[in-house]
Design a protein around this ligand. Structure first.
Ligand code: PGA
Length: 263
């Protein structure tokens, strides 16, 4: 697990966006795993800007989102399909038919989950999976106690996650208690994983993910077993780490090595 500590949320987004730009330059028909939440917004804004300036194109990209609330129609303002359209897809040159979000309102969610897994495989697997992390260490909606080998399935949300997301629902509006989420095993098959975390509220989860025992109690800790994960955090989200200085030291060496290879 590579841990990169940046000064602030803008620098976290810039570092992450550059990974996506480089991937698109290498492979214009990349397959991206995408995430919702407030954390990836700045990264999406940077990619939108690069796309609108003509530096990168999403015309051949296919995307699969991590998760979706159950029983919300795709046009519901709080559905993750709506979030992705509003915050990202509406502003880039991606073909909407090439973007997939788990069908939260499928008649048979079990079949929908199996089909989602198959669609990812048929696309050739995910090149880069973007992730945030919940305060409780969840990735996607894989809540604590999730099986570390799980596949796309229906998952019950924890009270903590429901509280965290309540801010997006109006008073009296029914908030979903269930979701469809890629499993941890599904996420672990991505060739590269980019996890972003910002703010002090994520410090404990980041510490548990990076340093803690690998445990279903912190689903993100499974990423310790992934061969190519980049965790990009700001100073606040890194503040729980035992030795943040060590990760900065490693990054300096990595950058120097990169400059030597490019020279
Ligand atoms: P957030 O959510 O980016 O809104 O903090 C992250 C997550 O729950 O995965």
């Amino acid at each position: 697990m590579k841990v990169v500590i940046q000064d602030d949320a803008d620098a976290v987004a810039a570092y992450g966006a550059e990974i996506f730009r480089e991937q698109l330059q290498k492979k214009p028909a990349s397959v991206f795993g995408l995430a919702t939440g407030s954390t990836p917004l700045r990264l999406y804004q940077q990619l939108i800007q690069s796309n609108q300036q003509g530096d990168i194109s999403f015309a051949r990209v296919r995307s699969f989102n991590l998760d979706e609330y159950m029983d919300l129609p795709p046009d519901h303002p709080q559905s993750y399909r709506h979030f992705m359209d509003r915050e990202f897809f509406d502003h880039i040159d991606i073909d909407r038919d090439n973007t997939q979000v788990p069908p939260g309102n499928a008649d048979n969610p079990m079949i929908a989950c199996r089909n989602y897994e198959r669609a990812i495989q048929d696309a050739g697997g995910i090149d880069i999976q973007l992730l945030g992390i919940g305060r409780n260490g969840h990735i996607g909606f894989n809540e604590p106690t999730s099986c570390l080998a799980s596949r796309t399935r229906v998952k019950t949300l924890t009270r903590e996650t429901i509280e965290d997301n309540a801010r997006f629902f109006s008073d009296g509006e029914t908030q979903p208690q269930l979701s469809i989420t890629m499993g941890i095993g599904t996420i672990m098959e991505a060739r590269l994983i980019v996890l972003l975390a910002t703010g002090e509220g994520k410090a404990n989860a980041v510490k548990a993910m990076v340093e803690g025992p690998m445990s279903a109690w912190c689903p993100a800790s499974a990423l310790q077993m992934h061969p190519a994960t980049v965790v990009i955090v700001d100073e606040a989200a890194a503040s729980g780490l035992t030795d943040p200085g060590f990760f900065k030291h490693i990054e300096q060496h990595n950058q120097a090595l990169l400059a030597r290879i490019k020279a």
